[in-house]
Ligand binder design. Structure first.
Ligand SMILES: [Zn+2]
Length: 107
């Protein structure tokens, strides 16, 4: 998969290489007890950037499938909409992959 440079040591790190370690000190209520760390330099990193905007591309499909499930009718499985929904999802995926960066995190 695509690798992004670590903000601390500049090594390319993919999503699957990221390590975990317990937080130093007590986590706040909105924090996970584990933090993500760079596999090369063990510094804490987190996802930053505008990658989350890509999730908007999945909204039409999500809304459509939910509507379909509730109405029991073919809303999404109507042929003109399918390529459009797939296009939205694909574009969204590209945005997620392209705009997500590793940023410095603190303990
Ligand atoms: Zn690093």
């Amino acid at each position: 998969m695509l690798k992004k440079p670590c903000p601390w040591c500049n090594q390319k790190v993919s999503n699957f290489q990221v390590g975990n370690r317990p937080r130093q000190g007590k986590p706040r209520w909105y924090q996970l007890s584990n933090i993500q760390v760079c596999p090369f330099c063990s510094q804490p990193i987190r996802k930053t950037g505008k990658g989350w905007l890509g999730l908007l591309g999945f909204m039409p499909a999500f809304v459509g499938l939910t509507a379909q499930a509730h109405l029991g009718k073919d809303v999404v499985n109507v042929s003109p909409w399918m390529p459009l929904l797939y296009a939205c999802m694909f574009a969204g995926f590209l945005v997620v992959v392209g705009f997500t960066r590793w940023g410095k995190a603190s303990d």
